[in-house]
Design a protein around this ligand. Structure first.
Ligand code: SAM
Length: 331
């Protein structure tokens, strides 16, 4: 879902234009920050707003009429409304997380969402992820179809929500890392999935080559499709366990898996004498330094110097636990 970022002085003019051509997304509210106004538009209208930045609506605010929790409160009950823990749109699918009584009403909630958003073809309930491959447990609530194409940062991602996970909370991180990659770099994406990091890096940087390793065959097949969809040619994708990564070839390693502490050694060895590591971890806030200590311990073991360039929170993982990424320079 997109918004047009407009300086305040131009907002009224652009809003009227968006309404006139039928581009304004009536379900979402116009939002503001400092000197900019964000006007929600439907997908496919981007080109009508050349001269302005069209960006992803990271935190859409739905008009009351389209507020799923409010609708569920009116149609069912307060208890059911409270049990809708999250509601997200991925391409033409909706994904909800439900708890308590709302779980029993899943199908009804799914139908309500399809009535409210006629553009969507199905509603799925996210019931968690399993194992190192982060395989999703999904339940169909309404409609049909599990495959969609989601657009983010001008990248297309074909996803089958029953086979691979897709985190909408990492949007900024994908672009941030892509913007750090310097011209001519060799990048390794150790947990490539369907191309969450590989595709933005290929599209938004001038990397020489990106090696994308993925163990799950379903995710790997989607990764290959996504490389084709995005017309990307500088990626070497392999359906392998990144434990068997070759040594001394990369300038930068992306470790986009929150349970990857056992792979820090492999990442350090993959660097071509020196380079950057972006290490993700899910960590209790009380021991927030743990990922840094883990990187430092591995570097010490291999007699490498390490400079921690920063650590940022990607998103909340569970109460008291956060998903962070540490940027480290190793030599
Ligand atoms: C789903 S992604 C993590 C989410 C992603 N960072 C995002 O932003 O949404 C993690 C991927 O790592 C893959 N994976 C897990 N262990 C692996 C290994 N040893 N080698 C290669 N890929 C692996 C999983 O199959 C999965 O596709």
């Amino acid at each position: 879902m997109k918004v047009v970022k407009v300086p305040k002085v131009k907002a009224e003019e652009v809003r009227k234009f968006a309404e006139k051509i039928g581009a304004k997304d009536k379900r979402r509210l116009i939002t503001f920050d400092g000197s900019f106004v964000y006007i929600p538009i439907y997908d496919g209208f981007e080109e009508h707003f050349s001269g302005f930045e069209v960006i992803e609506d990271e935190n859409p605010v739905f008009a009351k009429k389209y507020d799923v929790k409010k609708l569920a409160r009116e149609k069912f009950s307060e208890e059911i409304s409270k049990g809708i823990v999250s509601f997200k749109i991925l391409g033409d699918l909706a994904i909800v997380k439900l708890e308590g009584k709302a779980r029993e009403f899943g199908e009804k909630i799914g139908e309500l969402i399809l009535e409210t958003f006629p553009r969507l073809k199905a509603v799925w309930c996210d019931e968690g992820k399993e194992g190192m491959e982060r395989k999703p447990k999904m339940r169909l609530l309404a409609g049909k179809g599990s495959v969609t194409v989601h657009k983010e940062h001008d990248c297309l991602f074909k996803v089958d929500v029953t086979k691979v996970m897709y985190s909408l909370g990492n949007q900024y991180e994908k672009l941030r890392v892509a913007n750090l990659v310097k011209e001519g770099e060799i990048v390794l994406d150790m947990f490539a999935g369907i191309g969450y990091f590989t595709i933005p890096i290929a599209n938004h940087s001038r990397a020489e080559k990106i090696y994308a390793f993925e163990i799950n065959f379903d995710a790997y097949k989607l990764l290959l499709e996504n490389l084709r969809l995005n017309k990307i040619r500088n990626v070497v994708a392999a359906n392998i366990d990144s434990r068997f990564t070759p040594e001394s070839f990369a300038d930068r390693v992306v470790m986009g898996h929150i349970f990857a502490e056992d792979f820090i050694e492999v990442a350090v060895k993959a660097l071509n004498r020196e380079g950057y590591i972006h290490y993700h971890e899910s960590v209790p806030e009380k021991i927030i330094e743990r990922p840094i200590k883990r990187i430092e311990a591995v570097c010490k073991k291999f007699n490498k110097e390490v400079r921690i360039l920063g650590m940022r929170k990607v998103k909340n993982y569970s109460p008291g636990v956060v998903h962070v990424v540490v940027d480290a320079y190793v030599r």
